[in-house]
Design a protein around this ligand. Structure first.
Ligand code: SF4
Length: 338
């Protein structure tokens, strides 16, 4: 068990260092490299958007931080404590500090229990309050997400999808966690209720000074919710910056490609949008990661060096990190598009 103590600065909540999560395949010695060297820091009260296509490794990164998966390598520090283990080996007191809101409340809420019983589970597991105090806390949690208190007697099937997700949010907040992982919290919901859920999440974040790790495939959503954005591709972060900086000055070709395909509604947004970047193909399989830069088979700016050498992450401006040979010092190759 690797539970040492290393102090983070006062405002540092989570630090992930060179995190790797590989899954074995049926072929001996061949692994799915779902997360392949991810590093980032999350301060208290921040909302970090972890964005990428399906297969980029963003959800596996989050589930490894949660302890659902044991890391293959790397370190996860939470409040200065090394928590680089699976859930089974984490102290109970630590488990209540990191909670999650799943994508689909239709499957994450037990259909045979009432809403009150569902909200009571984390309180009972973590031995919070007496029976009467737990009832009060359940009512308080329902009020917090603006649901009627008598919902505690209803079953999940008797309420709407948006209301079920509000219950899932209330359940995540039951133990007063320091960090909440939001795993695509609106992608399974009707468009009509998505904005309501996002508004509620952001209101709670402001009022309770919560810290979110917000997983999404939707970069445009991040413009409105995230403090910082990290863009993932093939198990690695390829660009990370504050949200205003990333949208004003996207530097990695993959980020530019994602941003250029976002529909815009105003002339001001159109003016800041990168020119359309044409890339070919789909994200490669994490079983068969291309050599060099993982994006090179799709990148219109690739050079000969891109298929040979893996680019390192560089800080190109304060707080703006990019993983691309074309940026920063020591550009290898001939600089031509092949
Ligand atoms: Fe494109 Fe090369 Fe940069 Fe990768 S390193 S994003 S292939 S230019």
């Amino acid at each position: 068990m690797r539970l040492g103590v290393k102090r983070l600065p006062d405002d540092g909540l989570l630090e992930v260092r060179d995190l790797k999560k590989y899954f074995p395949t049926k072929r001996k010695g061949v692994f799915v490299r779902a997360v392949d060297g991810v590093s980032f820091r999350l301060k208290r009260g921040e909302v970090l958007g972890l964005v990428g296509e399906s297969g980029s490794g963003k959800s596996t990164t989050a589930y490894t931080i949660l302890g659902v998966y044991e890391p293959t390598a790397g370190q996860i520090l939470f409040k200065g404590q090394d928590i680089s283990t699976g859930l089974a080996r984490r102290p109970l007191a630590l488990k209540k500090e990191i909670q999650i809101v799943f994508q689909d409340p239709g499957t994450s809420l037990n259909p045979s229990r009432t809403i009150g019983q569902i909200l009571g589970v984390p309180l009972a597991v973590h031995r919070i309050g007496t029976r009467a105090e737990r009832q009060q806390r359940i009512a308080e949690l329902l009020r917090l997400v603006e649901l009627p208190v008598d919902f505690m007697y209803k079953y999940p099937r008797a309420i709407g999808g948006g209301e079920r997700q509000m219950v899932a949010i209330a359940r995540a907040l039951a133990t007063n966690p320091s960090l909440v992982v939001l795993d695509e919290p609106t992608s399974a919901l009707d468009v009509s209720v998505q904005a309501k859920i996002i508004n509620m999440l952001m209101k709670l974040q402001r009022e309770l000074h919560l810290t979110y790790l917000f997983i999404s495939h939707d970069l445009s959503l991040m413009r409105n919710v995230a403090t910082r954005v990290a863009v993932m591709y093939l198990g690695k972060i390829c660009e990370e910056a504050s949200t205003p900086e990333l949208f004003a000055n996207p530097l990695h070709p993959y980020t530019q490609m994602l941003l250029s395909s976002i529909p815009v509604v105003s002339k001001a947004e159109e003016a800041t949008k990168p020119k359309r970047i044409r890339s070919t193909g789909e994200i490669p399989s994490p079983v068969d990661v291309p050599p060099g830069c993982g994006f090179h088979p799709r990148c219109p700016f690739r050079t000969e060096a891109c298929s040979r050498e893996e680019p390192a992450m560089r800080e190109v401006e304060e707080g703006h990190f990019v993983r691309c040979h074309l940026l920063g010092a020591g550009v290898p190759g001939d600089g031509q598009i092949h």
